[in-house]
Ligand binder design. Structure first.
Ligand code: MF3
Ligand code: CO
Length: 250
């Protein structure tokens, strides 16, 4: 069931989303060579709790941490540990924060020091693929329009699209209906209505699209070890378009 949020709920989701944005802005200067992903997780957890948020990832189906930290060929759901960031790495920080019962969810990929041109290209065009998807958000359009816009942009830029993972509705729960695939057919799927809130989140690779799951049952990596990027926003359908509830503050 796709829920339509009331004005009161939208106001709370805006606050949850803004807290997600603040946390990304807070952690950015710490993303440097030598810091461990566990240290990043601890800093963020403290930040979230200090701002009256809750760490929705922690304990979600047993996930142990506040953040997903996914380095280089890890696509999503990397578990914070003692791995130190190295110059030239890319790391995706994905977080879901609860605020007064509502969820905000955003991921973006960061460069550690100087990264090579392939990784720069991957990051730039994965974020642009997300923005192409977001541009399709308005009442009357359908989920397939978003999916198709992302697919077309990724194909034009010769990036692999991870098929097994997708975006989702969000509200009181982190994952609600509908699913928002990163490939699809225009004019198919549920129709967008004002008050719906969805997470759009392309996961693109510099090589082939195929992935595998590590034995920890969380970490998803590319089979060919090519780097992957992941950008995600929580997006509200408004009367005439969209509002990004997790705006980038940089
Ligand atoms: N932020 C992820 C998403 O977009 C979910 C994190 S998985 C968790 O769906 F287990 F860490 F919660
Ligand atoms: Co999400």
């Amino acid at each position: 069931m796709i829920t339509i949020k009331s004005d009161r709920e939208i106001e709370l989701m805006r606050k949850a989303g803004y807290l997600v944005s603040l946390m990304h802005q807070f952690i950015k200067p710490y993303i440097k060579e030598g810091i461990t992903t566990k240290e990043l997780d601890k800093l963020c957890e403290e930040f979230i709790l200090k701002h009256d948020g809750s760490c929705s990832c922690k304990g979600y189906e047993g996930f142990p941490c506040a953040l997903c930290t996914s380095i280089n060929d890890t696509v999503v759901h990397g578990i914070p540990d003692n791995t130190k960031l190295k110059n030239g790495d890319i790391i995706t920080i994905d977080v879901v924060i609860g605020y007064k019962g509502y969820q905000g969810d955003a991921a973006w990929t960061y460069a550690v020091g100087e990264v090579d041109n392939d990784k720069k290209y991957l990051m730039e065009h994965t974020e642009k693929a997300l923005l192409e998807g977001i541009k399709m958000v308005k009442p009357g359009n359908r989920i397939g329009d978003i999916s198709h816009a992302i697919e077309e942009y990724a194909n034009e830029h010769h990036l692999g699209i991870v098929h097994e993972l997708c975006g989702h509705g969000i509200g009181r729960e982190m994952h609600e209906d509908p699913e928002v695939m990163n490939y699809g057919i225009p004019n198919t799927g549920p129709r967008l209505k004002p008050g719906m809130v969805i997470c759009i989140e392309p996961m693109l690779t510099f090589g082939k699209r195929y992935i595998y799951l590590l034995d920890d049952q969380w970490t998803v990596k590319t089979q060919d070890r090519s780097p992957a990027a992941h950008y995600e926003h929580t997006v509200l359908v408004t009367d005439d378009g969209y509002e990004i509830l997790t705006p980038r503050l940089d």
